[in-house]
Ligand binder design. Sequence first.
Ligand code: NAD
Length: 390
Amino acid sequence: MSERSYDFLMPSVNFFGPGVIKQIGDRAKMLGMKKPLIVTDKNSVNLKNGAVDQTLASLTEAGVAYVMFDSVEPNPKVRNIQAGKKMYQEENCDSIITVGGGSAHDTGKGIGIILTNGDDITQLAGIETLENPLPPLIAVNTTAGTGSELTRHAVITNEETHLKFVVVSWRNIPLVSFNDPTLELDIPDAITASTGMDAFVQAVEPYVSTDHNPITDSQCIQAIKLVEESLRQAYANGHDLDARTKMVEAEMLAGMAFNNANLGYVHAMAHQLGGQYDAPHGECCALLLPYVEQWNLIACPDRFADLARFMGQNTDGLPTREAAELAIEAMQQLSSDVGIPASIKAIGAKPEDFELMAENALKDGNALSNPRKGTKEDIVKIFQAAYDGD
Ligand code: NAD
């Protein structure tokens, strides 16, 4: 019998399905929220009858006051968190509601972190560094990508060093989250593609991670199947509610999987691209995925052969190695079908940055659970392959 012990982190409650957003006012009231800080970005505020409008309407109906903080930037920065904390304190808020994608949720988590755990969030990077609970936090999720509405991660960019860092703690998991697929019908194609590929990578990496277990495996398998059957459709027709719903289910499953089995070099390296070039996180992951996994393949070819089957490839009668190679081809095909470019040149990557980014990627916590262990030179070669596009 194998010896295995692990903790398994799950959100306490997630409200899922078309129309659930209408319940947020009552839920905020049940949690005792009197004056939440709404943490969101300007684009989300401008969406007519979008998640922000519907959240505010429901809060007003339930008699819950609120204060708006709409200065979240993509790849949220330390300055966003500091500005949010200032407003929270000046307005005497007592709780936080994040509305948007991963950037809004991570900013809200960051604000909560520095309100109760010390002002310098850069000092709190790492695993289980938080001693005190955050203020009550509800996450209203509007992208089928990061899973941040139910994960223990807060990914923040230090704008001075251009480094992304992660605060990983069970205290970061929102008390309540909402996933209403009707909020996602108007997401532009490029964002559907990049966020959807993020969800996909967050199912692939935990499946081949050294920390995987039977529970996370089952989440990854179902997430990969759902992405395979719905991402292209959601990209081709954003108003396909069935495809949008399946993508939300996929991102939730993937979020739960990596909350527990962790990730790998794709994320460790994508954080360097995101920090250095301020590029969309999901696109960074998608651009790196086939190159990292081609390199990883020899560590666990049987797991990659499984991935090929979950992605609908016919592996009957093939030797394991050949079946595994089909997984890489299927990943490339999925990326290309949803318009992801073939090279990291598309986000402005420069070879002269690879050495420093490789060094920092190996320090990223996500590197720990990658199935194959590499040197700085190995990582530089992977960046170069993703640059050359071959
Ligand atoms: P995002 O939150 O940065 O949003 C991208 C854009 O999409 C924004 O302009 C936003 O306004 C727009 N948008 C969001 N929802 C929309 C909707 N329903 N309709 C129309 N437009 C909409 O994107 P993201 O990919 O969700 O989040 C990326 C961030 O999350 C990165 O910083 C990444 O590092 C981080 N991340 C966090 C975790 C975690 O567990 N905490 C995991 C993975 C990634």
